[in-house]
Design a binder for this molecule. Structure first.
Ligand code: FAD
Length: 394
């Protein structure tokens, strides 16, 4: 069975895919958004925190998307030193199951056709190896859809690009393996996120507590798999929960991976654009990927709209990579370097940094943080880090 031709097919209705589809539909392109799950936004594997600054630049603060506003951050070292930061406009913890679905609805309101239960299982290529569509398993049937452009927004699996011959393989140190519970009945400060570091606690990663209400939070932990001696993220998470909480109820359990940005991240291949996790655009230090997914989706949508409407040559599509890296490249490259340093640090290094931050900030209220500037201060004022820096290639 074959369907009509589209200007653009978007594979995956996460924040990246929905953002791309919405922009293209708004620009009057004929867009099809395909999602393999029966419900957009579910199942979800995310701690749902995003910077308030980014979020309010791109969206209104619709109360139904926001489960909590964060004003404080605590960083806990292996020796239990606590660094507290007061930041009035720090972050929001979203209700992503609602937010993602609303993004898909608004893409549809702009004119995109959205299909759930539609899993892309292959790619259509002509004799010259040019991709002209996708094969989809939809409601039990195999259907072929044709399009001039394919936007790969299918998350960490990134299968669509793989079908088209793009090497999206992740090395073990380029991914964080994560486990998370939604815990209820816990003692937390409701507007405060917690980060816990330590080689034994979370090798090559950290544990997080992102409150969703007064006694309920996304509590999770990510590790770098090749540093974990064969143990799973869930094993570390279960130990962390016993250490941190005296009582809790487990309401939801999820596990998944975060693909970090690296020099190997591919954003453009012929008439395919890779966005969000499919392009491996998560922040290599924090693992945050929502903002880059939305931004890359929007830019990919804008560039595709221009490409189709003005009939530009294919090389014009490189504009997507240029524009995205122009906005985020400096941060991603810098955090990629910081991650290499982080992975080489010992528990006593973590302790020293947390003590340094305590001293440096005192009990100041911080209005805005220049993360790159702060990391540079940490690197400069902690000479022991030079030992690590010497062994890390920029
Ligand atoms: C445990 C955990 C916690 C996290 N916490 C945070 C956080 O607090 N803040 C943050 O910024 N980031 C966080 N992230 C990262 C964040 O979730 C991702 O970076 C973000 O969801 C990427 O968006 P995306 O649209 O690229 O991909 P996704 O949100 O993964 O969406 C991809 C979509 O594609 C669909 N799909 C896949 N294959 C196919 C196919 N073949 N055909 C059709 N559809 C397909 C999937 O079903 C899915 O709906 C976390 C990740 C994990 C694993």
């Amino acid at each position: 069975m074959k369907k009509d031709d589209y200007d653009s097919i978007v594979v995956g209705a996460g924040p990246a895919g929905c953002s791309a589809a919405k922009v293209m539909a708004k620009n009057k392109l004929n867009v099809l958004l395909l999602e393999k799950a029966p419900v957009v936004g579910s199942p979800l594997c995310c701690a749902e925190a995003v910077s308030l600054f980014f979020f309010s630049q791109h969206f209104d603060l619709n109360p139904k998307w926001i489960s909590n506003l964060i004003h404080k951050v605590v960083l806990v070292s292996p020796e239990s030193t606590r660094f507290n930061l007061f930041h009035p406009d720090c972050a929001v913890v979203l209700e992503r199951k609602i937010f993602d679905k609303d993004l898909a609805i608004s893409a549809s309101s702009e004119g995109a056709e959205v299909n759930v239960n539609a899993c892309v299982v292959g790619i259509l290529k002509d004799k010259k190896n040019k991709v002209y569509g996708v094969k989809v398993k939809e409601d039990g049937k195999e259907i072929e859809y044709k399009a001039k452009m394919i936007i790969c927004a299918d998350g960490i699996e990134s299968k669509t690009a793989k079908f088209a011959g793009v090497d999206t393989t992740l090395e073990l140190n380029q991914v964080s393996s994560c486990a998370q519970y939604l815990l209820a009945g816990i003692e937390i400060v409701p507007d405060c996120v917690e980060f816990w570091v330590g080689k034994k606690l979370a090798p090559g990663g950290y544990a997080w507590i992102f409150p969703k209400g007064k006694d309920c939070a996304n509590v999770g932990l990510g590790i770098t798999p090749n540093l974990a001696d064969g143990k799973k993220a869930k094993d570390f998470l279960d130990s962390f929960i016993l250490k941190r909480f005296s009582k809790y109820s487990k309401v939801e359990m999820m596990s998944g991976g975060v693909p970090f940005f690296s020099r190997k991240s591919i954003l453009v291949k012929d008439n395919l654009l890779l966005v969000g996790d499919a392009a491996r655009l998560a922040d290599p230090l924090s693992g945050a990927g929502i903002a880059n997914a939305i931004l890359s989706g929007k830019i990919a949508g804008e560039v595709t709209s221009e490409f189709i409407k003005k009939n530009h040559p294919q090389k014009y599509l490189k504009e997507y990579e240029k524009k995205f890296m122009g906005k985020r490249g400096r941060y991603l490259r810098f955090f990629s370097f910081c991650r290499k340093v982080f992975l080489k640090m010992s528990d006593s290094d973590y302790d020293s940094i947390v003590l340094f931050l305590k001293d440096y900030f005192g009990s100041k209220k911080v209005e805005k943080i220049d993360i790159i500037g702060l990391v540079k201060v940490i690197l400069k004022q902690n000479p022991f880090l030079l030992r690590i820096l010497k062994n890390v290639i920029w």
